[in-house]
Design a protein around this ligand. Structure first.
Ligand code: MN
Length: 423
C-alpha cells in the first residue's frame, strides 16, 4: 500500500475532521480562476494546490513533467503519463504537504502562489470523455426494476448473473457538478390504449452511480484481464445518470436507453485515485452461479464507499432520500472492464465507465426515485413539507460520497445539478 495512505499522516494545512480531502486523499481535478486559465489541481482540506505553479517553482523538478501537462483543460494528458508517474506525483505532494516537511510549509511566498481556497475557483470537467458506458451491476436495483416492470418471481433476466449488462451512453452530455439543465422533452405513452404524445417528461429521476476513469488505453483487439484491470483504472467520481422514466418506458425496446438518458449526466469534479481507495477495499458479493473463467477474480475487489443522495427544493433545506454504498455492487469494476474488452473493444484514456444505479437491500438505500417511491406509490416528504414522487422543476439533486475506516475519512466532494423547467 502507498505511503501516502498512512492514516497517521498530518498536513501543515489545517484540514477539518470531516473534510473529504485530508492528506491521504489528494484527488486530481481541473480548475480555473478569474485570472487564470484551466489547470491541474489537487484538493487538500478546503484548498486547491496548483500543480502548474508547483511544477514551475521546481517542487516537482526531478519528475521531469512538461508544464503543458498541468496547464491543461483536461487531466487526460496527465493520466496518460501512466500510474508510475501519477502515483509519484501523489507521493511527492503527500511529502510536500506533510507537517514534517519544511520546503513549502516555511516558504510563505511560494505557499501564497500555489494554494487557493476551493470556494474561490471554478471546477471544470476533469477529463475529456471519449466514450461513456453505463452498466447495470447492482443486484438490488436490477431486482427492484425487474419486480416492478416484469415478474417478481423472475426479476432478473437470464443473463444478469452471467455477465455485467451494460450499454453505450452519450459522452457529450456529461457535465460537471453545478451545471443545471432543462427538463427534457420527448415522446411518452400515456396508457396502453392511447397514442404517444410529445411534451416535457413527467417522471424525471436521478440515478445514484459512481464512474471510473480509464487510465491506460488498449489497442483494438486487446482484452484486459480482471487481474490487470486495476492498472487501467485511474480513479473514480460520483455520477448522477439523470433519467426520464416515462420516455424510457416507451422508447427502450428493443435497443435500450436513448433519449431518456442522454440529456444530462452530472459528475463530481475531483477524481479520487484508485490508490487512495485501496485501504477501503472489501470482499465482493458471493457470485452464484459461478462466473466464466474470464470474469473470475481474486482478492477483495469491492470498495466501501458510503453514498448519500439529497433533494433540495428551491429555497428549502436539503432532504436525504437515499443512504447507499458502493459495496452493494454485484459486479466489480475489474469484472466490468474484463467483460467490456473481452471481445477486443479498445479503451482510451479518459473513457468513463459508470456503475449503474447503486441500490442497497433496504428501501432507505435505494438509488433512484423510481425505487424509493416505488413508481410513485410511496411519495417522500421534503423538509419544506412538500412531497416528491419524482424530481420537480427547480429541485437540485446532490450526491455525496466518502470512505471511512479506523478514523480515516476520504471523500469525493459532490455531484450537484438543478432541474430547470422545460424550455
Ligand atoms: Mn444508469
Amino acid at each position: 500500500m502507498s505511503k501516502a495512505n498512512d492514516p497517521s499522516l498530518k498536513s501543515w494545512i489545517e484540514v477539518e475532521l470531516n473534510s473529504d480531502f485530508p492528506i491521504q486523499n489528494l484527488p486530481f481535478g481541473i480548475f480555473k480562476t478569474q485570472s487564470s486559465s484551466p489547470r491541474v489541481g489537487v484538493a487538500i482540506g478546503d484548498q486547491v494546490l496548483d500543480l502548474a505553479i508547483l511544477n514551475k517553482l521546481g517542487y516537482l523538478d526531478d519528475l521531469k513533467i512538461d508544464n503543458a501537462i498541468f496547464t491543461n483543460q483536461f487531466l487526460n494528458d496527465f493520466i496518460a503519463l501512466g500510474k508510475q508517474t501519477t502515483n509519484a506525483v501523489r507521493e511527492r505532494i503527500s511529502h510536500l504537504l506533510n507537517s514534517n516537511t519544511a520546503d513549502l510549509r516555511d516558504n510563505k511566498e511560494a505557499r501564497a502562489k500555489v494554494l487557493q481556497y476551493i470556494s474561490n475557483v471554478q471546477m471544470q470537467m476533469p477529463v475529456r470523455v471519449g466514450d461513456y458506458t453505463d452498466f447495470y451491476s447492482s443486484i438490488d436495483h436490477a431486482t427492484n426494476v425487474g419486480t416492478m416492470f416484469r415478474d417478481p418471481n423472475n426479476a432478473l433476466l437470464p443473463n444478469w448473473k452471467h455477465l455485467p449488462v451494460g450499454y453505450h451512453g452519450r459522452a457529450s452530455s456529461i457535465t460537471i457538478s453545478g451545471t443545471n439543465f432543462h427538463r427534457p422533452k420527448g415522446q411518452t405513452k400515456p396508457s396502453e390504449t392511447e397514442p404517444p404524445v410529445y411534451g416535457p417528461c413527467k417522471l424525471l429521476d436521478f440515478e445514484l452511480e459512481t464512474a471510473f476513469i480509464i487510465g491506460k488505453g488498449t489497442q483494438l483487439g486487446e482484452s484486459i484481464s480482471t487481474e490487470n484491470a486495476d492498472d487501467h483504472i485511474f480513479g473514480m467520481v460520483l455520477f448522477n445518470d439523470w433519467s426520464a422514466r416515462d420516455i424510457q418506458t416507451w422508447e427502450y425496446v428493443p435497443l435500450g436507453p436513448f433519449l431518456a438518458k442522454n440529456f444530462a449526466s452530472t459528475v463530481s469534479p475531483w477524481v479520487v485515485s484508485l490508490e487512495a481507495l485501496e485501504p477501503f477495499r472489501v470482499p465482493g458479493y458471493k457470485q452464484d452461479p459461478k462466473v466464466l473463467p474470464y470474469l473470475e477474480y481474486t482478492g477483495e475487489k469491492n470498495i466501501d464507499i458510503t453514498l448519500d443522495v439529497f433533494i433540495q427544493p428551491e429555497n428549502a433545506e436539503e432532504t436525504i432520500v437515499s443512504h447507499s454504498n458502493y459495496k452493494f455492487m454485484y459486479w466489480t469494476m475489474e469484472q466490468q472492464l474484463a467483460h467490456h474488452t473481452v471481445n477486443g473493444c479498445n479503451m482510451n484514456v479518459g473513457d468513463m465507465l459508470a456503475s449503474g444505479t447503486i441500490s442497497g437491500p433496504t428501501p432507505d438505500s435505494f438509488g433512484s426515485m423510481l425505487e424509493i417511491t416505488w413508481r410513485g406509490t410511496k411519495p417522500v416528504k421534503m423538509s419544506d413539507g412538500t412531497e416528491r414522487k419524482f424530481i420537480n422543476d427547480n429541485d437540485s439533486v446532490i450526491i455525496r460520497g466518502y470512505c471511512k475506516k479506523d478514523g480515516l475519512r476520504i471523500g469525493f466532494g459532490e455531484s450537484r445539478a438543478k432541474a430547470l423547467p422545460a424550455l
